[in-house]
Design a protein around this ligand. Structure first.
Ligand code: PLP
Ligand code: COI
Length: 362
């Protein structure tokens, strides 16, 4: 049987009044509004995971010599809690996040959070913060993360970790909502290389992507589409999402999981759903020149980005130093829209969940 974890729970000294919560979740944007509580759990070599708490969300007391502040031993996850039509609250495949969190911990030489602790921490916080889940297209974004909390400047794996879970009511990740996004292909920066941390969800990968993302913004683009580090030719993924291409024969193409891209839970769900319907998905290397030629010839009709934050977001245009090309008619296409409805329909309990992916918590 799964281990049962007890979370010591303390009363919030100054809880947000219901009317203020309602106003805060009406149009929350992404990542700016936070709920009242958080989960914290500590790890030491002597005690393992201990001191699990559900407490009010407040700043950490952290020593200036804490290892995370110097060597970036930090990992995180992202998943959403949805308000379903029948009044219940559900998560989508949270055990997949728990397993990926363990893999990320192993890659960053950190003590892994057991799957049972990860799931019970997320469920406990979601039950506590139910009032913060927006209706309509919104959701409560759950951010579990873990960092090296030992006060030590030597370079070796930390002997102390903190695991924390916070919650943030969110709307669409992109300001344009459902409008197709434009992506930037940089010829200067790469995201990950063989043997590196590309398949782990660690903060360092995102720090590394920020300058390329700034270059994208300067060029009027929403996200960076990263190419491989060795040949600078093969499409990998976006800064915070995986990528799919829709061909004129209806087949989908997506880059393979070769160690340099994040194994997205949305990506694997899309592959499974499309294959189950009898559709074809090729997980194969796909190059930037091939993409450009296929858009010009009409072989590629659509492309979309996918991830927890981005859901399914159509890509309408690609810019690179010296040029740009349009995908299909530059708008969200029929296949992208259909996959978006199917996935969100299952996540929100409007379409039957035949896979056991919808995990009810409250
Ligand atoms: N790739 C990167 C770099 C990401 O940050 C994310 C978001 O978590 C994804 C892909 C998509 O992963 P998921 O579908 O599990 O959210
Ligand atoms: C997520 O989709 O959960 C991510 O972590 C990606 C980030 C762009 C917010």
């Amino acid at each position: 049987m799964d281990q049962k974890w007890l979370f010591a729970s303390s009363k919030h000294p100054n809880p947000t009044p219901a009317a203020d919560i309602a106003a805060a979740i009406e149009n929350p944007g992404f990542g700016t509004v936070f709920s009242d509580h958080m989960i914290t759990v500590q790890w030491t070599e002597a005690q393992g995971w201990h001191d699990a708490r559900l407490e009010d969300r407040k700043p950490f007391q952290i020593d200036p010599a804490a290892a995370v502040l110097h060597y970036a031993q930090e990992i995180f996850e992202g998943l959403k809690a949805y308000q379903l039509a029948d009044g219940t609250v559900a998560l989508f495949r949270p055990e997949q996040n728990a397993r990926r969190f363990i893999k990320s911990a192993e890659r960053l030489a950190m003590a892994p959070v057991p799957e049972s602790l990860f799931l019970q921490a997320v469920e406990t916080l979601v039950r506590s913060e139910k009032a913060w889940i927006p209706g309509g297209e919104g959701s409560l974004y759950i951010r579990p993360f873990q960092f090296a909390s030992e006060t030590f400047l030597g370079v070796r794996p930390s002997h102390k970790y903190t695991f924390c879970v916070i919650a943030s009511p969110v709307g669409p990740y992109f300001k344009g909502g459902q409008k197709a996004i434009t992506v930037w292909s940089t010829d200067t920066y790469t995201r990950a290389s063989a043997g590196g941390t590309g398949s782990a969800k660690c903060g360092g990968n995102y720090a590394n992507s920020l300058l390329a993302q700034a270059e994208a913004s300067q060029n009027g683009c929403d996200q960076v589409v990263f190419l491989d580090a060795a040949e600078h030719r093969w499409i990998e993924e976006l800064g915070g999402m995986n990528i799919f291409f829709v061909l004129d024969d209806g087949a989908l193409v997506t880059p393979p999981l070769a160690g340099t891209i994040l194994p997205g839970i949305t990506r694997s769900s899309v592959i499974e759903l499309v294959r189950e319907e009898g559709g074809t998905v090729h997980e194969r290397p796909y190059s930037f020149p091939e993409w450009q030629a296929d858009c010009q010839s009409g072989r590629v009709k659509e492309a979309f980005a996918c991830g927890t934050a981005a859901v399914i977001s159509a890509i309408g245009k690609v810019r690179y130093p010296g040029g740009e090309f349009v995908i299909g008619d530059g708008d969200s296409g029929a296949t992208t829209k259909r996959i978006h409805s199917l996935l969100t329909g299952i996540q929100r309990g409007k379409i039957a969940d035949t896979h056991g992916w919808v995990h009810r918590v409250a």
